[in-house]
Write a protein that binds this ligand. Structure first.
Ligand code: GLY
Length: 394
């Protein structure tokens, strides 16, 4: 593929290009080719987690990760204009219709699912149905807002496939939800309805007060009294310990606050993202791929490439919004992408169906070293942000 002849740089801001631009450009082109080559194998399935041979195990309906393949396809359409990517992404629309039709399938991850599955479709094609679907999803997400505690309830007591866990319904917020606020901010922008914005801001402020610790590390989850909304305690779900700092949770918060700052202009969110990113940078020491949990004991703990990819995309969002520190945050993003390109990159491996090795989905449950579709999506987003692209679906 010829760099000058394609549209990659057309949407990019030349002033934003990093000194690693050529390497990143080649990498994003390999990502697009990987998508193109794997489309006949993957078909309409949606990757959930990689196998040891770097093939995929696919999502059951309603999985929180069900939209990341579509998100990658929409990015590839944006980069190339090739309708093959639009067709493959749009053919997934029934997956999102099914979520809207199933009460148990709806939780805080409606944001990840519908920003990448339907807002992207609307933004890229102007089609009306995905816009209506995304607005419906935003209504459902809004219905999870608990005014007594000013937060969005993360999970449900009964998950779509029958798992019952009453603790999941008891006033819990989680770091990941910061990424889901984008759907509420988008719905506010589309409709002008203040309740979308009030819920997104209420949750962002509550998470800042309770998930982000005074030392700028973060809890994965925080529990409130479900009746009164009183703050109870921080806990973990996927991290090493309640008091530890799970690196992907920190990454969700960095990207989520930086993204919320970009859409609202609220400097409180930008300061929050900056604090969290500076702490992550300090905790990484000389590493280029984050440990799965910054407090996990031992010398060779599993890495989490997905945390690195989310953090890198967040670092470029900071660079874009803090001109005085732009080169610092670009360097941090470049360092994270450098770690992924040096030790996790599968885009040149013809046997691999995904892009990044060494993701840690849930170490406590034994999922410690796999390809992950969200790692791949944010890898593409970070590469594109590093090259100056600014149009995404959040
Ligand atoms: N949102 C779930 C995770 O990051 O694993």
């Amino acid at each position: 593929m010829n760099i000058e002849a394609n549209s990659y740089f057309a949407a990019a801001d030349p002033a934003f290009l990093t000194r690693n631009a050529a390497r990143h450009q080649q990498a994003i082109e390999r990502c697009v080719e990987k998508l193109r080559m794997t489309m006949p194998v993957i078909g309409l399935r949606n990757p959930k987690i990689g196998t040891a041979a770097n093939h995929w195990i696919y999502c059951a309906p309603f999985d929180w990760v069900v939209s990341f393949q579509a998100g990658q396809l929409w990015l590839a359409l944006q980069l190339t204009g090739d309708p093959v990517f639009r067709n493959a992404a749009q053919a997934r629309r029934p997956v999102f219709r099914a979520i809207l039709a199933n009460r148990q399938a709806q939780d805080h991850d409606l944001g990840f699912q519908f920003s990448l599955g339907c807002v992207a479709d609307w933004l890229m094609t102007g089609a009306e149905e995905p816009r209506e679907m995304a607005l419906k999803a935003a209504e459902l997400l809004l219905s999870r807002y608990r005014p007594e505690g000013r937060y969005l309830q993360a999970w449900n007591a009964v998950a779509p496939h029958g798992r019952v866990d009453p603790h999941h319904a008891a006033g819990r917020i989680i770091a990941d939800t910061l990424q889901n606020l984008a759907l509420l901010y988008w719905a506010y922008g589309e409709t002008g309805r203040a309740d979308f914005r009030i819920a997104a801001d209420g949750h962002a402020e509550t998470a800042l007060a309770h998930l982000v610790r005074a030392d700028d590390t973060s809890f994965h989850t925080f529990l409130f009294d479900p009746v009164t909304g009183a703050a109870l305690r921080g806990e973990t779900h996927q991290g090493f310990a309640d008091g530890s700092c799970w690196s992907r949770g920190q990454a969700w918060l960095i990207h989520g606050y930086a993204q919320s700052a970009a859409v609202t202009g609220n400097p409180v969110y930008l300061r929050a993202a900056r604090r969290l990113a500076a702490k992550a940078e300090a905790l990484m020491g000389s590493d280029a791929v984050p440990a799965w949990d910054f407090d996990a004991p031992g010398a060779n703990v599993p890495r989490d490439s997905s945390a690195g990819a989310v953090m890198a995309a967040g670092a470029y969002l900071l660079a874009q919004q803090i001109p005085a520190e732009a080169s610092h945050w670009r360097d941090f993003g470049d360092r994270l992408l450098g770690g992924l390109l040096d030790s996790c990159d599968l885009t040149g491996d013809p046997q691999a169906l995904g892009m990044l090795a060494h993701g840690a989905a849930h170490v406590g449950s034994g999922f410690a070293d796999n390809m992950l579709p969200y790692g791949d999506y944010y890898f593409m987003e970070a590469l594109m942000r590093s090259l100056g692209h600014t149009q995404f679906f959040w």
